[in-house]
Ligand binder design. Structure first.
Ligand code: FAD
Length: 468
């Protein structure tokens, strides 16, 4: 650092008397969603994004075809509708049901499509399994969108409903064991604990109910997942929010009310909101925090392939790890599991293969022996040998890329809280400093679009109550 203080360029002030100038760090879905909400209440919001808006969800071109990276399943759309209701906007996304719901789960006990259709031999077991989820459904949206306070009666009712549905079990594994499900269904249900980025023995019990809660309502915008960041950008821009791409924040001086950008420019704001990983934020405020691999959620390698012709596959196929204990031991040690969870999406000539990997920030290119072995397992199981090799072009997004702008090691959902803190009792560092608020995966365990959007609604409400 030079001894000379850098020039401070003031933010334009707004005419509304109660409006604040807010500097929002990170233009992923969380940052974009909160920017629109804060701008809607009249604040002058500037989003600083080191790379491109959208964060993990962005468009890449592979072999001349456009792919949306990162999240591929739009679940619990009621949270998105609650977000639009706060803005008083109609739905611009045109959400369409994803054919085949959560897809076919290729368990060691046989294939299991979720949801299970009425003519399937396991349908009756699926109905029994899902019964507690039906009672929880109306409350889940409350839990995702309401500040977690015991003084709030709807929060209390929703938390009690969650407790009843999970039967007092802390973990997904504990809940599954208590139900005595047929092995194939139990394996498919355990697989969804990985929606929390954790093995079933570490994931909150709620995740064992997720297939029943979401299987009937899995959607995708008609114009692809990339329509979501586009819509958030439009909603923010219409309210005056500014998004600066290629603007990396390198330091935040909370006492002085300034942030510094790479290149030296310093900006002043009344308040800051971080939509970054908390460890990344701590480094910017010069309070670095440690994050051991064993306490992170998983990362992944996403392969996007342009095929010469349409893939002969259903829309979604899921290959769970054969053994969850082996899988867990490997990822906690930062080692590559012998077989991993693979999620395969086929859409005409577009093929996406998402492989779960430990959050070590490694570069795992398509020709890495482990990646090749996982792809061969996928092709063998789905009966399409050599499918990826036939691709005109393949792009791989490894843990190293997710680590570059996201959570340590590329952990998809950041640090892993203990199972009992993964639900309504999650850690709530919404306002770690009088000038600083936090939103995004770092404050909402489980991550994913519903938690991100619900978290933005919660923080917007708390900021409003706090006079912001
Ligand atoms: C392969 C994959 C599959 C997934 N599948 C699903 C799914 O099917 N359904 C679902 O709901 N969710 C899914 N998710 C999770 C979902 O993508 C995330 O929960 C969500 O995108 C996180 O958004 P975010 O804004 O919290 O974080 P991010 O998207 O990580 O955004 C953080 C932003 O901050 C920026 N940034 C970092 N440091 C700085 C700095 N110093 N200055 C300025 N900007 C900075 C980064 O560049 C980034 O744009 C998936 C994720 C991955 C990776």
């Amino acid at each position: 650092m030079s001894g000379q203080p850098p020039a401070v360029s003031p933010q334009p002030s707004t005419s509304a008397p109660l409006s604040s100038s807010i500097g929002l760090l990170g233009g992923g879905l969380a940052g974009l969603a909160l920017a629109a909400l804060l701008a809607h209440r009249g604040h002058a919001v500037t989003v600083y994004e080191r790379d491109r808006a959208g964060g993990k969800l962005r468009r890449v071109t592979v072999g001349g075809l456009s792919f949306d990276t990162g999240p591929s399943l739009f679940t619990l759309p009621g949270v998105w509708r609650a977000f639009l209701a706060r803005l008083g906007e109609p739905d611009p996304l045109d959400l369409r049901p994803l054919p085949g719901g959560l897809g076919v789960h290729h368990t060691p006990f046989g294939p299991v499509p979720l949801p299970l259709p009425p003519d399937h031999p396991l349908h009756a077991a699926w109905e029994t399994y899902g019964a507690p989820a039906r009672a929880l459904t109306p409350h889940l949206e409350t839990l995702l969108t309401t500040p977690p306070r015991l003084t709030n009666s709807s929060f209390r009712r929703a938390s009690a409903a969650l407790f009843r549905a999970t039967g007092g079990h802390l973990t997904a594994e504990g809940w599954v064991r208590s139900r005595r499900l047929p092995p194939a269904l139990a394996h498919a249900v355990r697989t969804h604990a990985l929606n929390a980025g954790l093995a079933p023995v570490d994931a909150p019990a709620l995740y064992a109910l997720l297939p029943a809660l979401i299987a009937g309502d899995v959607a995708r915008p008609a114009r692809g997942m990339g329509a979501l960041p586009d819509a958030l950008l439009d909603l923010g821009a219409a309210r005056g929010a500014r998004v600066l791409e290629g603007a990396e924040v390198v330091r935040v001086d909370l006492a002085g009310g300034t942030l510094a950008l790479r290149g030296g420019e310093v900006r002043r704001h009344d308040l800051f909101v971080s939509a970054l990983d908390p460890a990344r934020l701590a480094a910017l405020t010069e309070r670095p925090a440690r994050s051991p691999v064993s306490r992170r959620t998983v990362s992944g390698v996403a392969l996007y392939a342009a095929l010469p012709e349409d893939a002969p596959l259903p829309a979604t196929s899921v290959l769970p790890p054969a053994d969850f204990a082996t899988f867990r031991a490997a990822v906690r040690a930062g080692a590559l599991p012998p077989d991993t969870l693979a999620l395969v999406h086929a859409d005409g000539p577009r093929l996406a293969v998402l492989l779960t990997a430990p959050a070590t920030g490694r570069d795992l290119p398509p020709d890495h022996p482990w990646v090749r072995a996982q792809v061969e397992r996928v092709e063998r199981t789905l009966g399409v040998p050599g499918l990826l090799a036939s691709a005109r072009d393949v792009v791989a997004l490894p843990p190293a890329l997710y680590a570059a702008g996201g959570h340590p090691g590329g952990a998809i959902y950041g640090a892993a809280p203990p199972a009992w803190r993964g639900g309504p009792l999650h850690p709530q560092p919404y306002r770690p400093h009088r000038r600083l608020w936090q939103v995004g995966t770092g404050v909402h365990p489980g991550g994913g679009i519903p938690a991100i959007l619900g978290g933005a609604l919660i923080v917007d409400r708390l900021m409003g109550e706090g006079g912001v």
